[in-house]
Design a protein around this ligand. Structure first.
Ligand SMILES: Cc1ncc(COP(=O)(O)O)c(C=O)c1O
Length: 373
């Protein structure tokens, strides 16, 4: 299949960029002396994870038990479920483990830890640490950390370590801020591990990571693994943070021009928010891309144009300098195909059930992806 054969909208993956992103992260973390356990929630696609594994990744991180099921079925048996597990999901997690999956689960509460103990099954468990006030986790200096650790350990659970995700790195606006955030993520998580060990509790693993901190860290002393995810595709948010160039963005949405409103300076395309997602992640960054950056069919950026708004199945492209433009219909005739780079690759990918993977020779292969829980 060739690009021309594809119906639109389609989630297009540039194979060369994908390989580059995988190699770049792997080489960086190898240089820093830590393992990479990629977060597969971005692509949710077995062939992508196979490329990551072939490049040297060890184990995968998942954000849903559906991901755990799917990747285990595809032969990946070392998985970290990096969302605190509620009691209602323990039976499913246990069933996976009893089928041979080394599924590690996560908790940050005494209730969660007690439920693990009460399950009667010895899980591998990590305690989530809050290193940036962004979302979940126990503060590294909290008495609660040792209470959870003791409850798990004395209750027969295998305490394998601590994990954190510095989601606040998405708000960093300079290389210096990124370096500081990476160091904060590292040092606070290592400190939590040291407190557990100091209390006589086991804590072999220290797992950290986000794409911005993984690409900014100056050293990772005391860390055993990094969980980066969106690096595999990169996106406009990562570009705005400063950790990806536009030509590292591996996923775009292939779309077709369906009309014009020349008095308003609009080009209408068949990729609306249903295809791009509602994610407006670049809105608060220095350069707001609306719903996406507009490229021609071969992937070259069309300077000055953006997807400034979106309806369900209509994308509205316009020049950043708004105003009437009666050359639009001639320049982008109905039927013209374009590519839109997304704000947030995880959200845009979720609109599709497959990727169209374009190689350097212009051939297209289809790779399945999945959604749901
Ligand atoms: C717990 C956890 N770990 C790792 C990641 C990967 O972060 P990123 O996609 O920025 O690489 C995420 C992303 O949301 C996450 O929630």
């Amino acid at each position: 299949m060739k690009l021309n054969d594809l119906p639109t909208p389609a989630a297009l993956l540039d194979a060369q960029r994908l390989h580059h992103n995988i190699q770049r992260m792997q080489a960086r973390l190898q240089g820093l002396g830590v393992r990479l356990r990629p977060h597969v929630k971005t692509a949710k696609c077995v062939p992508v994870a196979e490329l990551q594994k072939a490049a040297g990744a060890q184990g995968l991180t998942v954000s849903t038990l559906k991901e755990a099921e799917q990747f285990f079925a595809a032969g990946f048996d070392d998985l970290l479920y990096a969302v605190c597990i509620p009691p209602t999901k323990l039976a499913q997690a246990r069933a996976l483990r009893e089928r041979g999956c080394r599924l590690t689960v996560t908790t940050d509460s005494l209730t969660g830890a007690q439920a693990l103990v009460d399950s009667g099954h010895a899980f591998e468990v990590m305690i989530e640490i809050d290193t940036d006030g962004h979302r979940a986790g126990v503060l590294p200096d909290a008495a609660l950390l040792l209470d959870i650790g003791r409850l798990l350990h004395q209750g027969g659970q295998n305490l394998t370590g601590v994990m954190t995700h510095a989601g606040a790195s998405y708000d960093c606006r300079s290389p210096q801020e990124l370096i500081q955030m990476a160091e904060q993520e590292r040092s606070r998580c290592v400190h939590a591990a040291q407190r557990l060990r100091g209390a006589g509790l086991p804590c072999p693993e220290v797992s950290v990571g986000s794409t911005p901190t993984a690409l900014a860290a100056q050293h990772l002393a005391g860390v055993t693994e990094v969980r980066a995810g969106v690096y595999v595709f990169q996106d406009l948010v990562m570009h705005g943070i400063g950790v990806a160039t536009l030509d590292e963005l591996a996923m775009s949405v292939l779309t077709t021009v369906i009309g014009h409103q020349t008095d308003k300076g609009w080009v209408l395309v068949d990729a609306g928010w249903m295809a791009m997602s509602r994610d407006r992640g670049t809105q608060d960054q220095a350069l707001d891309w609306g719903y996406g950056a507009v490229c021609d069919e071969s992937g070259d950026l069309i300077d000055g144009m953006w997807m400034h708004s979106a309806n369900q199945e209509h994308g509205i492209l316009a020049w950043r300098r708004a105003g009437a433009d009666d050359t639009l219909a001639e320049r982008f005739p109905v039927g013209t195909r374009l590519r839109i780079l997304p704000n947030h690759a995880c959200a845009t990918a979720a609109a599709f059930s497959e990727y169209q993977v374009l190689d350097a020779a212009g051939d297209v292969q289809t790779w399945d992806r999945f959604n749901g829980w």
